[in-house]
Unconditional design. Structure first.
Length: 484
């Protein structure tokens, strides 16, 4: 391997095996050592986990057949990846994470909208990682050595997963990426072995069961919206990794393609494996991981244990690292490491609520649909704002809230850009009215004969309101600082 030149040397602020010292503060040009290609390690390895695989199980549980599940997974992930990937372009421009960058459009206080949304998304997926990883650990141990499978052992399994995930997330960016480099080939091989293990039981003509929403198109549309939640959930955290990428050395096209491609490929591979395995299960009513472990040949149980633990760590650290950054931006007096530990406690609480208090399938479905309804308008405003501003931002003005100051280019009205906040609020309200799930149904859920139109309804509404308000009350900003 060629020696790293001094100009490309990894700075002491972000080194493998040391706790990253940067949080949501500005990353100087001389410390931007990352490449767009690193996104492939993060979002392919990070998605080969049961917390993502379970989203491929859901369309089958909803009653769809194999090919219908495949098309819903492809369409949903393509739609979501195209929407989310432009937000990867913020990190190199602003030198900070996505939610702080959103202050350029929502205001340095109004960016709390994005902060809270991203915390909710990341906590949800971190919780699913702990849940599925802990279930794999306990169920595999039960089958292999006969350990008891009860609430106490599951609680211990969840605790083990949480401790490992928080440890890696606390170390931060460089350690996280180094871990994903190692885990990618291991997890890919284990998933491939699963196709071999269950290949004889797989029927590509699997027709499905009773449709969850009573009809094919309504159920298929629900599956598409649930699939789209994966890429959309990454929109706000893409800049966690691209903030270390230099615009002087890497083009927008390379960054966009790496973001869209890695998210799509990682999520689709994992989800297709989930749908594939789900068609072979005799019992779709049992939680996915225990049901899978009960069905597979004995020689593959250890592989499931490894996918559960290693994949859970791989996916969990992505989300917990982001939750730590977002929490740090919400409570600036905390360090990133302290914020990450605090976020881990909330993730463990969500695991308990989602699996013990409520039904896991209903909890995941309802949570993703509700978050979609509120996240799509936020993403819409961010992408339109990127175009309107021609991609030019003042990185220092974005740090006003974090530094306890007021004023600056993005102060707007008391720290809020009311145009963007109004567009988000109205778009979210429309989206929530269109949601249909087992735990919550909006008043407009039947507006398209039961077909879920949350994404287009909320996104188009937010776009229309934002553009109209910009036309009626144009933003008057000082000339932004040159991009660095």
């Amino acid at each position: 391997m060629a020696a790293t030149s001094p100009s490309e040397a990894v700075p002491a602020t972000d080194v493998v095996g040391r706790i990253e010292t940067h949080g949501v503060d500005f990353i100087p040009e001389e410390e931007r050592h990352s490449r767009p290609s690193e996104l492939w390690y993060v979002f392919v390895a990070g998605n080969l986990a049961f917390s993502v695989i379970v989203f491929g199980w859901l369309p089958i549980v909803f009653g769809l057949g194999w090919w219908s599940a495949v098309t819903s997974i492809l369409v949903g992930n393509a739609l979501g990846a195209i929407m989310a990937a432009p937000l990867a372009l913020f990190g190199p421009r602003t030198g900070t994470n996505g939610v702080v960058s959103s202050g350029a459009h929502f205001g340095v206080r109004g960016r709390l909208v994005g902060t809270l949304l991203q915390i909710a998304f990341s906590l949800l997926y971190a919780a699913i990682s702990i849940w599925t990883g802990g279930d794999a650990l306990v169920a595999s141990a039960t089958r292999l050595v006969g350990t008891p499978d009860g609430d106490v052992t599951r609680a211990l399994g969840y605790a083990v997963m949480a401790l490992v995930i928080v440890a890696v997330a606390v170390y931060g960016h460089a350690t996280l990426i180094a871990l994903q480099r190692v885990l990618l080939p291991i997890l890919a091989a284990l998933i491939a072995l699963g196709v071999v293990a269950l290949g004889d039981d797989f029927d590509p003509g699997y027709a499905g069961g009773e449709y969850l929403l009573g009809g094919f198109w309504a159920t298929w549309a629900l599956a598409v919206v649930v699939a789209a939640a994966g890429p959309i959930s990454y929109a706000g955290l893409l800049s966690d990794y691209t903030r270390y990428v230099s615009r002087a050395r890497h083009s927008d096209a390379d960054i966009f393609l790496a973001a869209a491609g890695s998210i799509f490929v990682g999520l689709v591979l994992a989800s297709l494996f989930g749908a594939f395995t789900a068609t072979t299960l005799a019992d779709l009513e049992t939680d996915y991981v225990p049901a899978l472990i009960a069905e597979v040949p004995g020689w593959y149980v250890l592989a499931i244990l490894l996918v559960g633990v290693l994949g859970g760590i791989s996916q969990g650290v992505i989300n917990l690292y982001d939750t730590g950054l977002s929490t740090d931006s919400l409570i600036p007096r905390l360090t990133r490491a302290q914020a990450t530990v605090l976020a881990s406690l909330a993730a463990i609480a969500l695991v308990y609520a989602g699996t013990v208090v409520f039904d896991a399938v209903d909890s995941i479905t309802a949570a993703t649909l509700l978050l979609n309804a509120c996240a799509v308008p936020w993403v819409t405003v961010m992408v339109l704002g990127l175009v309107v501003r021609r991609g030019r931002y003042d990185p220092q003005a974005l740090q006003v809230f974090n530094e306890g100051r007021s004023g600056g280019a993005y102060w707007f009205t008391a720290g809020f850009n009311l145009r963007a906040v109004a567009a988000w609020a109205i778009g979210s309200a429309v989206g929530l009215l269109c949601v249909q799930s087992e735990l919550y149904t909006g008043r407009w859920a039947d507006v398209a004969r039961g077909i879920d139109v949350t994404i287009p309804a909320s996104g188009l509404t937010a776009a229309a309101v934002y553009l109209v308000l910009l036309a009626l009350v144009p933003e008057r900003l000082p000339a932004p600082a040159p991009a660095r």
